[in-house]
Ligand binder design. Sequence first.
Ligand code: SF4
Ligand code: SF4
Length: 339
Amino acid sequence: MSEGKVLPVVNADASATARAHVGFDERVGGAGLTLRRAGAVETLQVNVGKLCNQACKHCHVDASPKRTEIMSEETAAQIVEAVRRFRFRIVDITGGAPELNPSFRRLVIESRDAGAHVIVRHNLTVMFEPGQEDLPEFFRAHAVEVVSSLPYFLEQQTDAQRGHGVFNKSVEALRRLNEVGYGVEGSGLALHLVYNPVGAFLPPAQSAIEADFKRELRARHGVSFNSLYTITNMPIKRFLDYLRRTGNEERYMRKLVEAFNPQAVAGLMCRTLLSVDWTGRLYDCDFNQMLDLGVAAGLPQTIADFDPREFADGEITTAAHCFGCTAGAGSSCGGSVVG
Ligand code: SF4
Ligand code: SF4
């Protein structure tokens, strides 16, 4: 997108989310801003597929134990080769539950060997699946940064979103991570939690709810963590189904549009991140991946063809859901982006 112009419509249908897309383009351009990639792709976010041991209500991946779409060894090898060759600063591994992919440990180890900082989006309960009991030690051995979703510090709200029994298992997993040093001050082992609202509303201020989580988890369960990331529920996939089922789609989209914050645009993760799916195809972010909105035509479309020079200052594919990233304090896989 050039200075002052709006982005092209890429996902037109008659829904409220699509109608809002025109608004997103106008809002970015109308604020005198451009949304283009920054100079270099710093983070390669690798989504190894849709297999998960959970089936959360808000899941933007539609992941579940029944999904069979997972990354092959061949695609994992192409990713490792790209990490080695292009020296991505961060490799951020997600899914589904990425640990269930047979190539998961290889991706971690070889990305670390190539000098990348590795983040794993770890859902906590997967630690209790067969063969996964040593995950805390594995994470520690490879200095992995662990980022885990926990919708709330109370059982009822967490289980309502993620399934019966998930809260207690999650707390037990946090205990195990604490035992090996994760989330413990001075250990250098980072454990961050992710909060997303249990309903059709925006997250509260990150610093305020982080203080609540720290105090309550410590007092009630004796567990600790480093930072809390607040993430806005994106109006796509299972959360969009929920909005439609409950008659909240229009209201939620209006809320996101009205909360558009121009200050969030510069910090949008799609400016420095590239997302790759289980087949090796490239996207500007994981949300676009789930909507099948690939990187702009003319750019390399797969990790096997990736060339960093072609992405520097490149166009970003947007749609209505992008309002989820610019609402309020903004939202990204690293939490709020403003302030
Ligand atoms: S939100 Fe995470 S843990 Fe829940 S189903 Fe989706 S991928 Fe699995
Ligand atoms: S949804 Fe993706 S492309 Fe849209 S603003 Fe957010 S990170 Fe960028």
